[in-house]
Write a protein that binds this ligand. Structure first.
Ligand code: ATP
Ligand code: MG
Length: 422
């Protein structure tokens, strides 16, 4: 029988690749916790209605990308395509929005039925943050400053550019929508089919079209930025002013609208040239209407989500290598209880030691081969002579330092000295 393969666009993360993931996850968790965000873990599956309501009809995600299915009770469920809707659902369900100021982060897999290609998968991973209940521009600025500091933590700050725009308030978008439709209607037959449809259902989405001909037509379209009301304009000035004061570089991209429907006012993205076509690494913005759309009291919100695969690719492109080789690999001709006994006593004396014991036995030659393959810096040899003398031979596997006989009661201290000095 043939062996089965993983679903197209859904990838295993193999042992050889896990060190980078764990490194990245730990750096992100440390930094987000330090800014006062707390992790939240929500289900991978939600009611489909949550996403159709929150993300909006006429978006790519809802129209084409959702993994929705009927469960055995006939209820329509959906593998989560993004995190914000579920976090808002949880916050409402558990009454977390009072008092205002909740800050949470999440990390995990998301599912979108897209065409798989480099930088685009059907199961991919996001880490995201959300702040609820605070409308001040200071929140936007702190969030952007935090992300900027993340890029520095990870050594990719010089690879990423920040673009910002304002989508205005609801009334501003309504006025702009009319202006955009007036502009596009005479050109309708030159738009791509999706955009033609959206001209009636959700014209702002047309700005996000990936079709080059549509984008060319949009070059002369009216600008959302010219339709901002006074309050939204002042908010944008305040946010970008604070970024300037913090020394954070940004550019204004008046065409930036984001792929989801719930955004208003500040939206932003970090992009890179280093990854080819799929260059957006992190994106987010304000969603002051979303909580009301989901049935809560009007509550401002803001957040971002970053693509873990793309961010990790960027970190790897910067030349960073992960994974820590074992300190030592124990080879021995003696009985299992001697080998295990020595290993456990070393772990008692130096709990952080990265130690592998040869569990397969056989000749010294075979054991040394495995020791070498493990990447360990030294081999610890426990043979008949060593056992009798109460010693262990320490053999350098990577350099040509002379081998040493070390009394067992000095071994942990000697190893620790050698590696902690290095
Ligand atoms: P794109 O324009 O690339 O489709 P998007 O606007 O759909 O992105 P968001 O919903 O804002 O993306 O998701 C935030 C981030 O998650 C993206 O910037 C990207 O890094 C990552 N991401 C989104 N979709 C995928 C995917 N299919 N595969 C890998 N990463 C993804
Ligand atoms: Mg997309």
């Amino acid at each position: 029988m043939n062996t089965l393969q993983a679903v197209r666009g859904m990838h295993d993360i193999l042992p050889a690749d896990i060190a980078g993931w764990q490194w990245l996850e730990a750096r992100l968790a440390d930094r987000l916790n330090a800014y006062g965000y707390t992790e939240i873990r929500i289900p991978l599956v939600e009611k489909t209605e949550l996403f159709t309501r929150a993300i909006g009809q006429g978006t790519d995600v809802v129209e084409k990308e959702m993994y929705a299915f009927d469960d055995r009770n006939g209820e329509s469920l959906c593998l989560r395509p993004e995190g914000t809707a579920g976090v808002v659902r949880a916050a409402l369900q558990h009454g977390l929005l009072n008092p205002p100021g909740l800050k949470v982060w999440y990390t995990g897999p998301m599912f979108r039925h897209e065409r798989p290609q480099k930088g685009r998968q059907r199961q991919f991973h996001q880490t995201g943050v959300e702040v609820f209940g605070v409308a001040t521009p200071e929140v936007d600025a702190e969030l952007i400053a935090m992300a900027t500091r993340l890029w520095t933590d990870l050594g990719v700050d010089d690879q990423l550019t920040l673009e910002i725009n304002s989508l205005g308030d609801r009334d501003d978008r309504q006025r702009y929508r009319n202006a955009l439709v007036d502009f596009l209607r005479p050109l309708a037959d030159r738009l791509d089919p999706d955009s033609q449809r959206r001209l009636e259902s959700n014209p702002l989405r047309i700005l996000d079209s990936k079709n080059p001909d549509t984008q060319a037509l949009l070059a002369d379209a009216p600008r959302l930025h010219d339709h901002l009301g006074d309050e939204a304009a002042a908010h944008f000035e305040a946010v970008t002013g604070m970024l300037g004061a913090l020394g954070i570089a940004w550019t204004h991209n008046p065409g930036l609208v984001r792929g989801l429907d719930y955004y208003g006012r500040t939206v932003f993205e970090w992009t890179t040239d280093a990854l080819g076509a799929q260059g957006t690494v992190c994106a987010g913005g304000r969603y002051d209407d979303l909580i009301e759309i989901q049935g809560g009291r009007p509550t401002p919100g803001i957040g971002f989500a970053l693509g873990m695969e793309r961010l990790l690719a960027l970190v790897e492109a910067s030349g960073r290598r992960f994974g820590r080789a074992p300190h030592a690999y124990l080879v021995s001709s003696e009985a299992a209880e001697h080998r295990l006994g020595l290993a456990e006593s070393l772990r008692d004396a130096w709990p952080d030691i990265r130690l592998l014991t040869d569990l397969q036995g056989g000749s010294f030659k075979a054991q040394f081969k495995r020791a070498d393959r493990s990447g360990a810096a030294v081999a610890l040899v426990l043979g008949e002579g060593e056992l009798a003398a109460g010693e262990v031979t320490v053999k350098d596997l990577r350099g040509d330092a002379p081998q040493q006989s070390v009394p067992r009661d000095r071994l942990a201290a000697a190893l620790r000295e050698r590696f902690e000095a290095a």
